[in-house]
Design a protein. Structure first.
Length: 142
């Protein structure tokens, strides 16, 4: 991967739907050359796919939290089934350490977060950090 590839990827991270013609103009290449580079980056696995990032209406007012949970081995399957049905849970990570999992939740209010925590605590102990801000999000940069 060279500097031109990095420039193309940065442009695509900013707007994955940017037309190849516009990318080509910004990196001073022809459209076929840019298309070829994008295809090669896909084949090499550098570009792993394309997605849509959803923003909830009124997202600024939502309460986002990282919830660490320690479940017994016998409760893990039930925990995974439970979180699959919880629309407030955006991500789940299996981790090392005292806690087995960390989930990222986005709730409409503190009350909704409290209800979610109550359900999670039936399956294990929790530790919660409310997200105040996201000063860095590398998903949108290279």
């Amino acid at each position: 991967m060279d500097e031109l590839d990095s420039k193309i990827i940065r442009l695509m991270l900013h707007n994955a739907r940017m037309p190849v013609k516009e990318i080509a103009q910004q990196v001073n290449l022809t459209s076929p050359a840019v298309s070829s580079r994008i295809h090669r980056l896909e084949q090499e696995g550098v570009i792993g796919g394309y997605t849509v990032l959803l923003h909830h209406p009124g997202e600024e007012g939502r309460v986002q939290a990282l919830i660490s949970i320690q479940t017994a081995a016998s409760e893990r399957e039930e925990f995974l089934r439970m979180i699959a049905d919880e629309p407030q849970i955006l991500q789940c990570y299996r981790v090392t350490g005292i806690y087995n999992f960390i989930v990222k939740a986005s709730c409409s209010s503190i009350d909704e977060l409290e209800h979610l925590l109550t359900r999670l605590q039936k399956l294990g102990s929790t530790n919660t950090q409310i997200i105040l801000a996201t000063p860095l999000d590398r998903r949108l940069s290279l």
